[in-house]
Write a protein that binds this ligand. Sequence first.
Ligand code: ADP
Ligand code: MG
Length: 697
Amino acid sequence: MSIEQTSIAQVPVSELKGVGKALTEKLAKIHIHSLQDVLFHLPARYEDRTRVCPIGHIRLGDHVLIQAEVVSCEVVFGRRRALRIVVKDGSGQIALRFFRFGANLRQQLTPGTNLQAWGEARRGSSSLEMYHPEMKIVSEGDAMPPLADRLTAIYPTTDGLPQARMRSLADQALERLGTLEVDQLLPVSMTSARGLPSLSAALQLIHKPTPDVSTQDLTEGSHPAIQRLVIEELIAHRLSMLKLRTEYRREGALALPRPEKLEASFLGQLSFQLTNAQARVVGEISADLNRTEAMLRLVQGDVGSGKTVVAVISALHAVAKGSQAVVMAPTEILAEQHYLSFKEWLAPLGVEVVWLAGKIGVKQRRETLVQIADGSAKLIVGTHAVFQPDVVYHQLALAVIDEQHRFGVDQRLALRQRGIESGCAPHQLIMTATPIPRTLAMTAYADLDCSVIDELPPGRTPIQTLLVSNQRREEVVERVNAACAGGQQAYWVCTLIDESEAVEAEAAEETCQLLQAALPSLSIALVHGRMKASEKAQVMADFKAKKHHLLVATTVIEVGVDVPNASVMIIENPERLGLSQLHQLRGRVGRGTRESFCILMYSTPLSQNGKARLGVMRESTDGFVIAEKDLELRGAGELLGTRQTGDASFKIANLERDSYHLDDVAELTAQFLQQYPERAQSLIDRWLAGAEVFANA
Ligand code: ADP
Ligand code: MG
């Protein structure tokens, strides 16, 4: 492509025939502004109007073109008045039904009239029927209308923007492709080496496939023309992630040297030594923190691997420097627990820790905000509340985000903004027990460095997992009784998926009452999502202090809660939960030296797949293995209980389907950046122009 040539990205859509002001506005709504946007607005599916289907061959649900002769045409009075036309060809007959029709339609359709009709075959009163087919009548002597020579593309569209209009835009844009060139941003060598067509050829084929092309290959994405675009889109996404990363790092951060003395005093008062893995990860973080580029690091470590102390040592870097660190947890319970442990560990070292959650009192909140703003609070612990706009930091140097699976690009950007307002971009440390699937690691998390705590502290006895049907509930209750009588503590987890928090809380309350009736000698407490944060925290603190034997809970205790003396967990209806979630729950036990049990009390009958999945839980306690199996049995989208492409909305790529490209894409992106850095922005704009993520970048 020569530089003088106009790029189709610069030709506004209003240059096309029939595109006035109103249409331009409608198109803008679906992010179509230029000819390039038209070409990259791809068909969702295709219709085959290139051949006529004999009526006798039509099956229910087929979309077909027929060519036939009118047998009869009459107004019928069923549930709704309608015009019913029976037509036939040599192979059979079918009825066409119109609920809206004028007198002249009726007059035209005299017996013997020939027509072509396109529509979907539905079940009719006595035969197959088409409702409101697209229809062309052929009067005597005229030739039949010609068949389409290409498959007909059906586009995603919006109100007031009919298919025919979309198609005409695409046609015009494709025509212009003859004279203008679609910027071949990726060098042809990259794609031709993979047996993929040129960009113009791919677009031509996708918009107007010849009848021999398998539309299934196109709609399912296996066709080389689609793959050509998929690779380009994945590269564009990766480029945008790398760009963010570069920008983020360019932001000046405060260099935080390793706080040797403070760290030594902290470690000195722990009852254990760091594992090698913890020490290594602390080293990696410390090296990052000592730079004036902002750190962006993800720490992955299985449940119980000891991420909390790593967070504390990281935070001490900021404290020793006289600046601030914030630790954010996803739930109030977890945040409060962190707050309590941090206070216990750090008060003796003279470090001021404060707590900020959604539900603390107005007065306390006001006081805390003052401490944060004047810098006297060094370590701030809380939920999302810590990033509310009214929280003004004095000098925020580090943000630790714990157990947050959905901390996407936009949150990272918002966080950066909060720090910048306080004078510098904070270093960011994100910690998770849930292994990040490769697809995410390559895309939404592509901008993060990664550390892994791949070792559990010594002396842990592996958790034994038992599968028991709920018909043996009494035995299970007895087992809990025996364990608690012997000085152990237990969790009883009630699960209700897709129900409201209120319904879930009610179910847990009921279970709690039933258990209390069955086990009168035990002290049983209840915790659920509808309780006030302070109530929840009180219950947890009491449980940790061994004031209760048994804690009945909803899945609010899923992440991070740490009560080492609790060694038995019952999970009701585990088949309703994802394996990674079960793994998280189960990780609440097995934290002390005592042998621990997790009883998965499923309801019968259990499906084949349910059996297989719970079997995985019994066989493995390795979070990575479990996540992998979960992926196999459920598909990536559900792994984190939510669609996890989250901030990466793709036009055409599908991370699961196309994940086999990801390594290739990483390599191609690096090559591309090296050879054509000046083209990167155009490629990003082509694929991501309308994307939310970048609106505030
Ligand atoms: P997670 O990685 O799941 O957040 P935690 O940080 O809550 O794990 O640690 C789990 C338990 O292990 C805590 O009771 C913690 O005090 C303890 N722990 C952490 N590191 C070690 C270690 N190196 N040796 C012994 N126990 C440890
Ligand atoms: Mg934790």
